[in-house]
Design a binder for this molecule. Structure first.
Ligand code: KIV
Length: 274
């Protein structure tokens, strides 16, 4: 089936029941790979703070960091929409300042929508973003920007009270006008029942198969990042090991005088300039 190239893909997939596939990307190459791999949307996640910039959490990531990477993703001219995380601090300010930050992400970064973590406590900023014509994706459950309040990267929504709270937050985000909600690291049965209760699609990460779609971090899926590996990550390749091995072989060849060989050299004749 052809992939719709706008955010309309989210509503379309919810109606048809076909799963939504989202992957993070942070630069030209990862965006080209994700797009060619057939994803439905690209998320420029603030996870870039950890897998690209080397921070221990996503908290230090700035609007300028996000913009820098989103511009590179946009230059890949992906055929699918780009959604961008609003980083920590960029929407914990007044609605007017939040809109200012989001407008930069859309106008300068080329994103079609922003994602913000949190539920009811974000009511004012969600309203302001939507009034500024900026579509909003919600994010509930394990919200990494709340790491200090949550006390660690732990499963959220366990037990009936916590589950009801999440269900209520999801209903609020739908009512507020979000086009989709990421559910991160919550029990699979809860995610399934929230997904069934909503008319907007959920995109899960560590939330089981009952969500309307799934998202993974590029580096996790491809085995490029050796940091913490949560249970919910499935590695579809081990490119980190392959890359290290390729570099080791390059070193071996250089030291043995086997690289460059004649086919990698230029000579006086013309026609070999490529
Ligand atoms: O920052 C990110 O990559 C995310 C996804 C994992 C949902 O928020």
């Amino acid at each position: 089936m052809a992939r719709p190239t706008t955010l309309g893909v989210f509503a379309c997939r919810k109606r048809s029941g076909e799963k939504i596939v989202v992957l993070t990307a942070y630069d030209l190459t990862s965006a080209l790979i994700a797009d060619r791999g057939g994803v439905d949307a690209i998320l420029v996640g603030d996870s870039l703070g950890m897998v690209v910039l080397g921070h221990e959490t996503t908290l230090p990531v700035t609007v300028d960091d996000m913009l820098h990477h989103c511009r590179a993703v946009s230059r890949a001219k992906p055929s699918v929409p780009i959604i961008i995380d609003m980083p920590f601090g960029s929407f914990h300010v007044s609605p007017a300042e939040t809109v200012g930050h989001a407008l930069r992400l859309v106008k300068e970064g080329g994103a079609a929508a922003v994602k913000i973590e949190g539920g009811r406590c974000r009511a004012d900023v969600i309203r302001a973003l939507l009034a500024a014509e900026i579509p909003v994706m919600g994010h509930l459950g394990l919200t990494p920007q709340s790491i200090h309040r949550l006390g660690g990267y732990k499963v959220q929504g366990r037990g009936s009270e916590a589950g009801e709270h999440l269900r209520d937050e999801a209903a609020f985000l739908e009512e507020a006008g979000c086009f989709s909600i990421v559910l991160e690291c919550i029990p699979a049965p809860l995610a399934e029942s929230i997904s069934n209760q909503l008319t907007i699609p959920t995109v899960g990460i560590g939330a089981g198969p009952g969500c309307d779609g799934q998202v993974l971090v590029f580096h996790d899926l491809l085995g490029l990042f050796d940091g913490v590996r949560p249970k919910f990550v499935k590695r579809y390749a081990e490119l980190g090991h392959e890359a290290t091995e390729a570099i080791r072989r390059f070193g071996e060849d250089v030291r043995a005088g086997a690289f460059p060989a004649l086919e990698q050299c230029y000579f006086d004749e013309t026609g070999d300039d490529e």
